[in-house]
Design a binder for this molecule. Structure first.
Ligand SMILES: [Zn+2]
Length: 225
């Protein structure tokens, strides 16, 4: 015998609709369920045409809100799938869209930074990319991927800045400008030291810069500059 997906009543004196609601629950709950299912279907149709991660994530946010309505009816089956299965599927799509968005902003920053010669411009490009990645967090419940990406993007930016400054320092030294060279080595080292997550490669570079600074007479004493 059928059991109502809302009130769980099971009786031969009740009639059940196609969703599995008894005739007492159907008038109130069937429109709610139908609205949520239609909303999810409409979003899926729209999302198909969206290439921008932010728009996909906004659409998935709406779909998840609709799906939360369906979760109130755990026994409900939508085209053979339970609401929690549908939710898992949507969360999977969120992760996918988030990863695509992060990759897009990250690679754009890296590519643009490569086009610029100036340190300030490279830093600006990364700042914009990092801010776009951070904005993606507003669409998702779990921002772990965003946090990790931002950390790595900052480290990448700092490594690029280091390289540019280090090369400038070498050039200054080759031209005989030892004072300027030392300043640039110090600046280069600082670019890596301010990074909160130094890895082994970075500490090697820091040591290397430190050797150049010492070779050129060491750091200026405080107050003597
Ligand atoms: Zn019922």
């Amino acid at each position: 015998m059928a059991t109502c997906i809302h009130c769980q009543a099971s009786s031969q004196f009740l009639t059940y609709d196609a969703l599995g609601l008894c005739h007492h629950c159907s008038p109130q709950h069937a429109p709610v369920i139908a609205g949520a299912i239609a909303g999810i279907a409409a979003e899926a149709g729209d999302r198909h045409r969206q290439l921008v991660a932010e728009k996909q994530l906004a659409s998935l946010e709406t779909s998840i809100a609709h799906c939360k309505v369906l979760l109130r009816y755990p026994a409900l089956s939508v085209e053979g799938a339970k609401a929690d299965e549908l939710m898992n599927e949507l969360r999977g799509l969120v992760t996918e869209a988030l990863e695509n968005g992060i990759r897009h902003h990250w690679l754009s920053a890296r590519e643009l930074a490569g086009d610029y010669r100036g340190v300030g411009e490279k830093v600006d490009v990364y700042a914009k990319g990092i801010s776009r990645v951070q904005d993606l967090a507003s669409f998702v419940e779990d921002a772990t991927l965003v946090t990790k990406a931002v950390t790595v993007m900052r480290a990448e930016r700092d490594a690029i800045v280091f390289e540019v400054l280090f090369k400038k320092a070498q050039l200054a030294e080759a031209k005989g400008n030892k004072k300027r060279a030392k300043e640039l080595y110090i600046e280069a080292e600082f670019a890596l030291k301010k990074d909160a997550t130094p890895d082994a490669h970075q500490s090697e570079l820091i040591d290397y810069a430190e050797k150049q600074i010492e070779r050129l007479g060491g750091r200026p004493k405080p107050g003597s500059a």
